[in-house]
Design a binder for this molecule. Sequence first.
Ligand SMILES: C[S@@+](CC[C@H](N)C(=O)[O-])C[C@H]1O[C@@H](n2cnc3c(N)ncnc32)[C@H](O)[C@@H]1O
Length: 313
Amino acid sequence: MTDQRTYLEVKRTVDDRALNRRVLERFAEGLDARSSPVRILEIGAGIGTMIGRLAAWDCLPDEIAYRAVDRDAESVRYARERVPEWLEDAGYAVDRVDDGRGETTLLARSGERRLEITLEVADGFEIEDRADAVIASAVLDIVDLGRAIPAIEGLLEPGGLLYAPITFDGGTTFAPRDPADNRIERRYHHHMDAVRSAGGSQVGRELLWRLPDAGWPVLEAGGSDWVVRPCTEGAGTGTAMGYPDGERAFLEGLLETIDGALAELEAAEREFGIGDLEPDERRRWLGRRRSELESGELVFVAHNLDVLARRPE
Ligand SMILES: C[S@@+](CC[C@H](N)C(=O)[O-])C[C@H]1O[C@@H](n2cnc3c(N)ncnc32)[C@H](O)[C@@H]1O
């Protein structure tokens, strides 16, 4: 079993490659235009990957108050260990300040840069705040958008920015091809749309009409597809090929998620009798994909969108 922390840790390099630089650049320009200190609220921050990334990639203005919330206590605990390490790798000196009530603030400094970070356990759509920017990375596709958009509007200053990168947008593909791939993909997406309690398989493009419908200008949008493939260095020389930076665990986690979703769908279909994929076929497909992963042959591509929008004035 790949736990959530391991999955988010190995997802980091996959996202690093995928993030749409044009959308990110526009987001960084938007942050620069706000007055100091710029208040960023990240909802569903997971293990805090985005904080380390924005600092390392020089995307933050000089003075930042960064509030990161996630409803998963284990991820937040892990983030409290990991974020200082990433910031130190990015050249920041980091102090931990305890408030005596169990909350820790991280104070990170690098030259003129001041970054004050709190990491807390909370439902990001239930809190109160007034931020210059809200980040929701790989989050809006698993929550109820009807609840999320008004909640984010209430959390942002007028004219504040919503940055929603890595929002899933309806593409789950593997290579080499298998005859069951199309049915697997269709069923996996159907599970997201009809069985899972919230979210959906095409939220990326949904944001592109839902936000303008609610009065939000979309400032920038672009693809941020995940591409995970074995290293090709050494190909043809007999050298075993592997996946970079432990990304094999990312694919293992993903195959588990797909299998779990399809098994749940099968259980629902047994009740209503509408299946088009036998459990044996699903197990064969999974076995094939796992052995291709083992031998370093499996290629995975998923389609995501990065969206940057401005809260109505
Ligand atoms: C796919 S993970 C993405 C984590 C991180 N943003 C990243 O890209 O690595 C989704 C995260 O959203 C969190 N989450 C989902 N709904 C939430 C909510 N209502 N409030 C706070 N966190 C939430 C989950 O606990 C999980 O950590």
